[in-house]
Design a protein around this ligand. Structure first.
Ligand SMILES: Nc1nc(=O)c2c([nH]1)NC[C@@H]1CN(c3ccc(C(=O)N[C@@H](CCC(=O)O)C(=O)O)cc3)CN21
Ligand SMILES: CC(C)C(=O)C(=O)O
Ligand SMILES: [Mg+2]
Length: 260
């Protein structure tokens, strides 16, 4: 965490990816991704829900545990799911403690601005490192009117106030999702802690993507902020098709794959 602040001071951008299992966590860790997020986006990208709203602590905990087991270097951040922290700072702390003790998370993330400063404060003063998340906050998508850019016009000032309140409450970093690049730049320059952008332009201190978007495993129309660095959907589909054909033709298993 302190290291991330030094990177900000030196103006060196860093990458963050989601991870939900041990193979991806190990690969991303070895590829030099310093922060891995076990996102509540597992709702969409592991469990097949249509929003992040239904995913539970009990569903996310084993994924967090798998990721922390797999990494040697990365900081593992566990996303607190909808309903597991909003009720009170006490509820937030109880949930964060589960992610730290049972999931062995190094830090937690929660969505919300100023209104959640008391929750963040309760966690940080109990020794739980917290990452904030402002702008488009998917857990509130029903309130925000869908996938919409946040912080346009006067709402930009609100975003700066939210970010400052989270910093003041002790957050070590803040995610900004779907925010105009100019506003994200202003927030980034207003904070001493690093900002992590997703659809928030090039001037954030760090950038995050959902790994299945980054690697082209998820099909369908990706959000505008996604850049695809591989075509895993194509590669996996080709592999499964080739395996199926081999089995049907009697070409797998060959002698090499058999015991005598
Ligand atoms: N695979 C995946 N990637 C994500 O980035 C992601 C998740 N899942 N699940 C949780 C949230 C939901 N998020 C989303 C989902 C969709 C859009 C989207 O469709 N955006 C469109 C419309 C934007 C607009 O209308 O202004 C886009 O083109 O960016 C954006 C963020 C970000 N998170
Ligand atoms: C996209 C990131 C920031 C997130 O919150 C998630 O993956 O759940
Ligand atoms: Mg999330």
């Amino acid at each position: 965490m302190h290291h991330l602040r030094e990177l900000k001071e030196r103006g060196e951008a860093w990458p963050m990816l989601t991870a939900y299992d041990m193979y991806t966590a190990e690969l991303f860790d070895e590829a030099g991704i310093p922060v891995l997020l076990v996102g509540d986006s597992a709702a969409n990208n592991v469990f097949g829900y249509d929003t992040t709203v239904p995913v539970t602590v009990d569903e996310l905990l084993p994924l967090v545990r798998a990721v922390t087991r797999a990494v040697k270097y990365a900081l593992v951040v566990a996303d607190l799911p909808f309903g597991s922290y909003q009720l009170s700072p006490e509820q937030a702390l109880a949930t964060a403690v589960r992610f730290m003790k049972e999931g062995r998370a190094h830090a937690v993330k929660l969505e919300g601005g100023r209104k959640f400063a008391p929750h963040v404060e309760a966690l940080t003063s109990a020794g739980v490192p917290v990452m904030g998340h402002i702008g488009f906050t998917p857990q509130s998508e029903h309130n925000l009117g869908g996938y919409r850019v946040q912080g346009r016009g006067t709402a930009g000032e609100e975003l700066v106030a939210d970010a400052l309140a989270l910093q003041e409450a002790g957050a070590f970093s803040v995610v900004m999702e779907m925010v105009p690049a100019e506003v994200a730049k202003q927030v980034t320059h207003s904070l001493q802690i690093p900002t992590v952008g997703i659809g928030a332009g090039p001037d954030c201190d760090a950038q995050v993507l959902v790994w299945q978007d980054m690697a082209g495993l998820r099909r369908g129309k990706a959000p505008r902020f996604v850049k695809r660095y591989a075509n895993l959907a194509g590669a996996l589909s080709d592999a499964a098709t080739a395996f199926a054909a081999d089995v049907r033709r009697g070409e797998f298993p060959a002698a090499d794959h058999s015991f005598h």
